[in-house]
Design a protein around this ligand. Structure first.
Ligand code: CTP
Ligand code: MN
Ligand code: MN
Length: 497
């Protein structure tokens, strides 16, 4: 044992090299009893310091026992010192001051025991406890996971998104979904994956996804992702589909005809752009840039004003990504309805009219309601809802935005075009619409999958149908729907799956 002597050991006499100090100074400080640890200090230094202290009236014990109040050590490795102390069978180690040599030298200098300060302490470093095994396994359903906007695994999820988009453009739906599911699981983790082994208990991570993760961990990048990023077809399709109104089919058609840029498409006389695409190109610079929270707030104020000019008891609610607490979005989504059942559709039209009269409407695509309760429940998976809605581009004045507009460099205009979606369900469908439009898409997809596979129920933006009981379940709040499904309530800001 390196730290001898202790109380249980036979006493060892220290060598008499202490001659230079006056021998029998009366102890002055009765309530301080020092023990000097020999290890690292060495035998002769220990004897020297012992005599020095005694000559100044300090009590220095030769052995470690319960009477010792101050243990002084020159050992900088606190873990081995503490391990030794714990093995010394003292009755209460917590009452002993475990100190480094600075307390001793300070006390010698002052000629009295100085009060113990933090800098004097040798603190016990507790061994790091291994990460506790998750009590609740991560669910394969996004609607049973809490996913905030904080993403600790962006290096993987960004790569997965590139792969998912690529498979989507190539119409390989299975692989696209696999990468979206994997990304969604990683987004829900409150920790960063540092090795592939750490993912072994996680659902939805297959061989392919793990191979990509391994590459990223090892080389900082994925070769498959890099290949896609440099692939001309994929890049062109991505560019074309980034235009409002251009879907994958149109993009593919333009690519096949040899177009690679916007200027090529726009200068080709035989290409007929529809109204949405024309607006998409016209306002491309603005609407391809993210909408900020402050801009979304300003849009909300404009719509709120328009709505309440028309009817004071209308119900307007922010939904989509901004309701989930996102800092930026590609558009701003709202639900608009009224307590009078059946009035909602004309309300939507009046609101659009009002915005137009104010000169704020740059584009509007209004879709009338095709909602027919007798056609429910819908068995179509991921079907669009049938409520009245409109896809808008609004003119947002910079003066209306707190902190001003997020402008591109060199852009000095004092307004910006912003994409806005409005959906207008009958008020008795409000909770389902709110849940459906709050997203995220993966959260919605898994709510429906969970309902179908785990509960034999059909959920969409209109209703929840219990196939066993053969009845529709009513809901006035989102919480009611979670309750019907036997799911814990997940707050909107936890739905960023
Ligand atoms: N949605 C829908 N039916 C539509 C359009 C959208 O149910 N015809 C739902 C989507 O499922 C999504 C939500 O409305 O959950 C919002 O859609 P979107 O604006 O595309 O996505 P956000 O989550 O808001 O993302 P972003 O911030 O990019 O706008
Ligand atoms: Mn949105
Ligand atoms: Mn939207």
């Amino acid at each position: 044992m390196f730290y001898a002597p202790v109380a249980l050991r036979p006493k060892k006499r220290s060598k008499p090299e202490e001659a230079s100090f006056s021998r029998h100074e009366e102890p002055k400080f009765q309530d301080v009893r020092i023990f000097l640890v020999e290890r690292k200090m060495g035998h002769s230094r220990r004897s020297f310091l012992t005599q020095l202290a005694r000559s100044k009236g300090f009590i220095v014990e030769d052995v470690l026992s319960d009477t010792v109040t101050h243990v002084v050590s020159e050992d900088s490795q606190s873990s081995s010192l503490w391990a030794w102390l714990k093995g010394c069978s003292l009755s209460d180690l917590s009452t002993v001051n475990v100190l480094n040599i600075s307390w001793f030298t300070d006390s010698m200098r002052e000629g009295r025991p100085v009060p113990v300060q933090t800098k004097h302490l040798i603190q016990e470093i507790l061994p790091e406890t291994p990460k506790p095994a998750p009590v609740n396994k991560v669910s394969q359903y996004a609607c049973q996971r809490r996913t905030t906007t904080e993403n600790y695994n962006r290096i993987f999820t960004d790569a997965f998104e590139v792969l998912a988009v690529n498979y989507e453009l190539n119409e390989i739906e299975g692989r696209c979904l696999a990468f979206r599911r994997a990304a969604s699981v990683l987004k829900s983790l409150p920790w960063a994956v540092k090795c592939v082994g750490a993912t072994q208990d996680l659902p939805c991570l297959g061989e392919h996804t793990k191979a990509v993760m391994k590459e990223i961990l090892q080389y900082g990048r994925s070769f498959e992702v890099e290949k896609i990023l440099s692939d001309e077809r994929c890049q062109t399709l991505k560019l074309f589909t980034s235009v409002f109104g251009v879907g994958p089919k149109t993009a593919e058609k333009w690519y096949r005809r040899g177009f690679r840029s916007f200027s090529g498409v726009l200068s080709e006389p035989s290409i007929q752009l529809n109204r949405m695409q024309q607006s998409g190109f016209l306002h491309y610079g603005d609407i391809s840039r993210a909408v900020s929270k402050a801009e979304a707030q300003a849009v909300g104020n404009i719509i709120d004003e328009a709505v309440h000019v028309i009817t004071p008891n209308a119900i307007l609610a922010l939904t989509g990504g901004f309701r989930r607490g996102k800092e930026i979005g590609h558009d701003v989504d709202f639900i608009l309805t009224t307590p009078e059942l059946g009035r909602e559709e004309s309300l939507l039209i009046s609101v659009i009219d009002h915005l137009k009269k104010q000169g704020l409407l740059l584009f509007s695509d209004h879709q009338a309601s095709t909602f027919d309760i007798s056609k429910l429940p819908s068995h179509r998976f991921e079907a669009m809802d049938h409520f009245a809605k409109c896809f808008l581009i609004l003119r947002l004045e910079g003066s209306k935005v707190e902190g001003g507009l997020q402008r591109a460099e060199g852009d000095s205009r004092d307004w910006k075009a912003v994409r806005v979606d409005l959906v207008s369900p009958p008020v008795d469908r409000y909770a389902y619409t709110l849940l459906g439009w709050t997203g995220s898409r993966m959260f919605e997809r898994d709510l429906r999958r969970f309902a179908r596979l785990e509960r034999q129920m059909l959920l969409d933006n209109h209703a929840l149908y219990d196939k066993t009981k053969k009845e529709f379940l009513t809901a006035t709040t989102e919480k009611d729907i979670f309750d019907h499904l036997g799911l814990e309530y997940i707050e909107p800001w936890q739905r960023n799956a």
